[in-house]
Design a protein around this ligand. Structure first.
Ligand SMILES: [Zn+2]
Length: 425
């Protein structure tokens, strides 16, 4: 994508070594210079130079005195995650969310603005930019590394700098990335919300050590998945890899907007379960759902947990249907971990066991036994966090960006000091 040639020059090697040291510090907080040398195989002098640059830029700090096994003392080093911030943006059909995060994913501020997508791109973008400017002013523009933006699917097409959203009237052809680059002059990443979910799980759900191929399934509006291969999003040719909502579980099943029949999204999303509840009410006059003014997924889950048999059957059935779809996804992608978004998390084991039972019954034991499946444990909006993770990932791969930022800050501080001195004189 960046058009780089395969040859490596000295500056490229310096960048690779810097990235290696930074990654080492991320994975081993409070380690010493000599420990990094041992872990990376780099010479001590190289480590010293790299660490000094990082300390100057503010991204690394010296921590406490460490004692090694031979009793010798050395100084610990750690990432200074709060020094630089990333802005996360999420666009949905009803709202814009703008959050401020440090590079460890800690949330410092979150603003939500209502939008009306039928007003077109211009009005919504104007509002979004206003909130981002506010965040930049609050955090200090020079400490913001970049802006990551999560956008709704399913057919977000991303080709370099272009992001097109076909189902937003008046937004066709509008490049959010270009618009933001022009307005803010920062690193801008745009990402499909289902992919952002997966990336957030891998980076901030502590899956880095546990999972090589992670499939995160989100069921908020439609049904989508993000496939993360060793920390990188797998996009496919057009950026529709992971659209598991359109995996068919019945070739003669319900017709879908995509033209296929029996698509998974018509059987086990929030909307599908609510529809099934409405359709079945008449046959289940005993169900507590008959006494509710309106039926939402939350109320079905609640009734199920309180012993309503019809509701419990619906929740289990949703888990079973998802299981049928996941089997196809598992054979296509062979993940070692599947993380489910939190829509059905309230139902706990009632739902999760239904999913697992199908997988256990229908997958080869050698596949099932190597697979973990669980609900997401992330507490903040994973789409925002995933968008932030894309920017953070860029920084970790290209640390010279941060070293240059640090140089800029030093120059600015020096010129401010000169100004102060000259104003005193
Ligand atoms: Zn479909």
């Amino acid at each position: 994508m960046d058009g780089k040639k395969p040859g490596k020059n000295l500056s490229d090697i310096q960048e690779i070594n810097r990235a290696l040291v930074l990654k080492n510090l991320r994975n081993n907080p409070n380690c010493s210079r000599s420990q990094i040398a041992r872990n990376t195989g780099l010479q001590q002098a190289t480590i010293t130079k790299i660490v000094n640059d990082f300390i100057d830029s503010g991204i690394v700090i010296e921590t406490k005195l460490l004692k090694n096994e031979r009793g010798r003392r050395s100084i610990g080093l750690a990432l200074n995650a709060e020094h630089y911030m990333v802005i996360g943006v999420r666009l949905t059909r009803s709202h814009i969310y703008v959050g401020l995060y440090d590079i460890a994913g800690k949330e410092y501020n979150l603003i939500r603005e209502s939008i009306n997508i039928s007003e077109g791109a211009e009005e919504a973008i104007k509002r979004m930019n206003r909130v981002i400017h506010y965040m930049l002013d609050t955090a200090g523009n020079e400490y913001i590394l970049g802006i990551g933006v999560g956008l709704p699917g399913p057919f977000l097409k991303e080709e370099g700098i272009i992001a097109v959203m076909a189902d937003f009237p008046g937004w066709e052809g509008y490049s959010i990335r270009l618009g933001l680059e022009e307005e803010f002059g920062k690193i801008i990443y745009t990402v499909h919300d289902a992919y952002a979910n997966g990336l957030a799980e891998w980076w901030f759900g502590n899956k880095r050590e546990e999972s090589k191929i992670l499939l995160s399934v989100s069921m908020e509006e439609g049904l989508g998945a993000g496939l993360i291969n060793n920390g990188k999003i797998y996009y496919g040719t057009q950026g529709i890899a992971g659209e598991i909502g359109h995996i068919s579980i019945d070739y003669q099943g319900l017709p879908c907007v995509c033209g296929n029949r029996g698509c998974l999204r018509n059987y086990c999303t929030k909307a599908a379960v609510v529809r099934q509840a409405m359709e079945g009410l008449e046959q289940h006059p005993e169900s507590a759902l008959n006494r509710l003014p309106d039926i939402r997924l939350e109320s079905i889950v609640q009734a199920a947990l309180e012993g309503d048999t019809f509701s419990a059957d619906l929740i289990r059935q949703a888990g079973t249907f998802l299981g049928y779809g996941l089997i196809n996804a598992i054979y296509a992608y062979n993940p070692d971990m599947i993380v489910l978004s939190r829509e059905f998390a309230q139902a706990g084991d009632l739902y999760l066991n239904a999913v697992k039972e199908v997988l256990q019954a229908r997958l080869l034991p050698i596949i099932y036994n190597e697979l973990r499946i669980e609900f997401s444990k992330l507490t903040h909006d994973p789409v925002l966090m995933g968008a932030v993770a894309l920017v953070t990932d860029f920084i970790f791969m290209n640390p010279s960006y941060i070293v240059k930022l640090g140089d800029g800050q030093k120059k600015k501080q020096a010129s401010e000091t000169t100004e102060k001195v000259s104003s005193i004189m």
